[in-house]
Ligand binder design. Structure first.
Ligand code: ADP
Length: 158
């Protein structure tokens, strides 16, 4: 069975990587789907995000990376995805995730959303926090792998 993990991944963090490693064990194939977002143009281009993800998940043979547009459920269906994976860090994530998953359930009842809980040590990690730390020249080593750290430092080097 193919599962799809959609998100912005702007950039990928250790929190995403943990979800990817765990979801990859549950399904035959896991496709990380970088979705374009009309409201957020993003810090990194879609190609930059794809490159960073590929560098971080190269050790996982059944994991692939794709870029999607439009509705997540449509993009997932095109990839033959039967399951959407989402991660939950806290109750505050749950409210947003429940709204999304319910909308997706109505749009495409054949695609199930599966939630994985963040590891406690990752529950504070987010792409936006890692960008704030990078902008202020802080230590990113607990947030993102060294390749992503370099890209963040380059992006905010001024
Ligand atoms: P989106 O803009 O779609 O929320 P993100 O890249 O921010 O995209 O997140 C993608 C998914 O990964 C979401 O379900 C989010 O809750 C989850 N996620 C983000 N950070 C973590 C983390 N530290 N641990 C577990 N899940 C996470």
């Amino acid at each position: 069975m193919i599962a799809v993990y959609p998100g912005s991944f702007d950039p990928i963090t250790y929190g995403h990587i943990d979800i990817i490693e765990r979801a990859g064990k549950l399904y035959d194939e896991l496709i990380i789907l970088i979705m374009t977002n009309d409201e957020k143009s993003g810090t990194f281009s879609l190609e930059e995000r794809k490159d960073m993800i590929e560098k971080c998940v190269g050790h996982l043979p059944n994991v692939k990376v794709a870029i999607g547009t439009g509705l997540t459920v449509d993009a997932a269906e095109k990839l033959n995805g039967k399951v959407l994976i989402r991660g939950i860090r806290a109750v505050s994530d749950y409210e947003y995730e429940m709204q999304l998953a319910t909308a997706n359930m109505i749009l495409k009842p054949d695609i199930e959303t599966v939630f994985l809980l963040a590891k406690p040590e990752n529950s504070f990690l987010s792409s936006s926090t890692s960008k704030t730390i990078a902008k202020n020249k802080g230590d990113l080593s607990c947030f993102v792998p060294s390749y992503v750290q370099e890209k963040l430092e380059e992006k905010f080097a001024k």
